[in-house]
Design a protein around this ligand. Structure first.
Ligand SMILES: N[C@@H](CCC(=O)N[C@@H](CS)C(=O)NCC(=O)O)C(=O)O
Length: 212
């Protein structure tokens, strides 16, 4: 298996955690986003969108982190990323999608660059007003779900890490990198700490990657 990613890419970070949790052998190939290598001819030949991650498993070339996570979970079922019951699966997917669909796309590098270059916004407007707003909007929602539901355990859903945790942790790293205030999310941060105490999460963090 080969994972094309970048240390600070939170979507690639999700897949690194997943690969570690499933204990899979994986070669990590760095695509430097600051250097624009995601748009190189070599890379867009395998990922026409010019985004990371891309996972290559044998002859299969997989794109989009959420699709990759579901693929890994189906192909390598243990430990499971989703609970067995439909209600639980919907809850976990819902939490994961708050990150993957409602926070992350708004704060992606290409979007931040566009706000500056095409819409003329300065650094403060982009990195604070915009970035912090969407982080707070999403994390507040997750905190409400975690604090208000008995299904929350040591992790987002029960006492084992799953799809929601895999998405949440990299998003918290992004929030910390942009110096967002996380004091208002005690339940979410307790889950974050529980995840980071696990080797699979810890080893996947940006500063522990070869291209950090
Ligand atoms: N929805 C995609 C998002 C992928 C994505 O946006 N990746 C970012 C890094 S986290 C990227 O490659 N950005 C490159 C750029 O913005 O130029 C996924 O989950 O895989």
């Amino acid at each position: 298996m080969k994972l094309y990613g970048f240390s600070r890419s939170s979507a690639a970070f999700r897949v690194r955690i997943a690969v570690n949790l499933k204990k899979l052998d994986c070669e990590h190939i760095s695509i430097s986003l600051p250097d624009g290598n995601q748009f190189s001819d070599d890379y867009t030949a395998i990922n026409p969108q010019g985004r990371v991650p891309t996972l290559v498993d044998g002859d299969l070339v997989l794109f989009q982190s959420m699709a990759i996570l579901e693929y890994l979970d189906e192909r390598y079922p243990e430990p499971a990323f989703l609970p067995r019951d439909s209600a639980g699966r919907a809850r976990v997917r819902g939490l994961a999608n708050i990150v993957a669909c409602d926070i992350h796309p708004l704060n992606n590098l290409e979007v931040l660059k566009f706000l500056g270059s095409e819409l003329g916004q300065d650094r403060q407007a982009v990195d604070v007003t915009w970035y912090h707003h969407w982080i707070a909007r999403g994390l507040r929602t997750i905190e409400a779900h975690l604090a208000g539901d008995h299904a929350t355990g040591a992790f987002c859903h029960g006492d084992n890490p799953g799809l929601a945790d895999i998405c949440l942790v990299p998003q918290v790293f992004n929030a910390q990198r942009y110096k967002c205030d996380l004091a208002g999310y005690p339940r979410l941060m307790a889950v974050f700490e529980a995840c980071m105490a696990l080797e699979a999460f810890d080893r996947a963090q940006p500063s522990k990657q070869a291209d950090a």
